[in-house]
Design a protein around this ligand. Structure first.
Ligand SMILES: NC(=O)c1ccc[n+]([C@@H]2O[C@H](COP(=O)([O-])OP(=O)(O)OC[C@H]3O[C@@H](n4cnc5c(N)ncnc54)[C@H](O)[C@@H]3O)[C@@H](O)[C@H]2O)c1
Length: 336
């Protein structure tokens, strides 16, 4: 299948490109490089031994996007491109709504015009907000608590409405839990601009001496060690989930929703301790106050994806910690 991957030079997109190529698919990447680097393409070549077609365009420019659909014969779209920082989304709601919703609408318009009807959409566990119970099934209430989460919930509604109105479409909505880790080669990984928003890049940057210390937000939650519990999933397992769902798109119309997670939670302290152990390095941290809006515990029920997609996250938290550190060391030594 020829797959158009929007946001394909980004963190999850680049790992998914590797999985797609390993599974015999052809890939075209479109990305405006607002949150990724062109050098990802060289590193993807080193991993896959494939030259990957790349178009540097902004999805908000529908004329340029249309040219991509004219130039390549596309069978399916995996739509990763979006802004993703929760804190920033609260400060820049207009930019977030415009990019995340406008980008999807342009993709859908081009797809319909060029008779492409299959799309995989990157959604997020953020759409659940603070869950009533864990594990969280796909049927849990949707009540996002920040602008970023609302952009994802709105995109999900757009996809549902579009598939209800036009039965040629097949949409797979994937709700990711907490992707961490990196490709085992250490050549690609998460490369945040500035201060990391997520825990693992913060841990690796403190371990590398780039930041002095990590602040753990709260140790008085009703969890085993008092720190927040999340469902971490290795980015390569997550990438494989996208390949697995392509079969669903081939055989079904309408839309489906799947949680992609491991189905078990790790606390912040468990993650730090595992990172220190597998990499034999110290992570300097202090305990700070709780951060407003953070749930105590959040982990998925991934059984729907396990049963229906024949997909399961197989990598361990040790793999996640080891591969994250390998990537950080490579990125530092290569000045990325
Ligand atoms: N990383 C996570 O923790 C996480 C969790 C849940 C969901 N998601 C979602 O998964 C998707 C991928 O996330 P990621 O972590 O790989 O993010 P990322 O920022 O690394 O990758 C996104 C890519 O999209 C590109 N992009 C953004 N806006 C664009 C536009 N208008 N036109 C063209 N390119 C554009 C960026 O340059 C970047 O390369 C996003 O939709 C994100 O919201 C991520």
């Amino acid at each position: 299948m020829r797959v158009l991957v929007t946001g394909g030079t980004g963190y999850i997109g680049s790992h998914t490109v590797v999985s797609l190529i390993e599974n015999g698919h052809d890939v075209v990447i479109v990305d405006n490089l607002s949150n990724s680097k062109i050098s990802v393409l060289d590193r993807l070549y080193q991993i896959t031994n494939h030259n990957i077609d790349f178009e540097k365009i902004d999805l908000l420019d529908i004329d340029l996007l249309d040219e991509v659909f004219v130039k390549y014969s596309i069978d399916c779209v995996i739509h990763f491109a979006a802004f993703k920082a929760v804190g920033e989304s609260q400060e820049k709601p207009i930019e977030y709504y415009k990019n995340n919703i406008g980008g999807l609408l342009n993709v859908l318009q081009c797809m319909r015009k060029h008779n492409v009807f299959k799309l995989v959409f990157s959604s997020s566990a953020c759409v659940y907000g603070t869950p009533d119970c864990c594990p969280i099934p796909e049927t849990a209430p949707i009540r996002p608590q920040n602008v970023y989460g609302r952009t994802k919930a709105i995109c999900e509604d757009i996809l549902k409405d579009t598939s209800n109105a036009d039965n040629r479409f097949s949409f797979a909505i994937l709700r990711y839990f907490n992707p961490i880790g990196a490709h085992e080669s250490g050549l690609i990984g998460e490369a945040p601009n500035g201060i990391p928003n997520n825990l693992m890049p913060y841990i690796t940057q403190v371990a590398a001496g780039i930041r002095e210390k990590l602040t753990v937000f709260g140790n008085d939650y009703p969890t085993e060690d008092g720190t927040g519990v999340r469902d971490y999933i290795h980015v390569c397992d997550l990438a494989d989930g996208h390949v697995a769902v392509l079969n669903w798109l081939d055989n079904n119309k309408g839309y489906c929703i799947y949680n992609l997670g491991c189905g078990r939670g790790y606390s912040v302290l468990e993650l730090i301790n595992t990172f220190e152990k597998v990499n034999d390095i110290k992570v300097n941290y202090v305990i700070g106050p709780r951060r407003s809006g953070d749930a105590a515990t959040c982990f998925s029920d991934p059984s729907k994806a396990n049963n229906e997609l024949n997909w399961k996250a197989v990598k361990t938290v040790e793999d996640m910690c080891r591969d994250s550190w390998k990537w950080e060391c490579y990125a530092r030594s290569s000045n990325l």
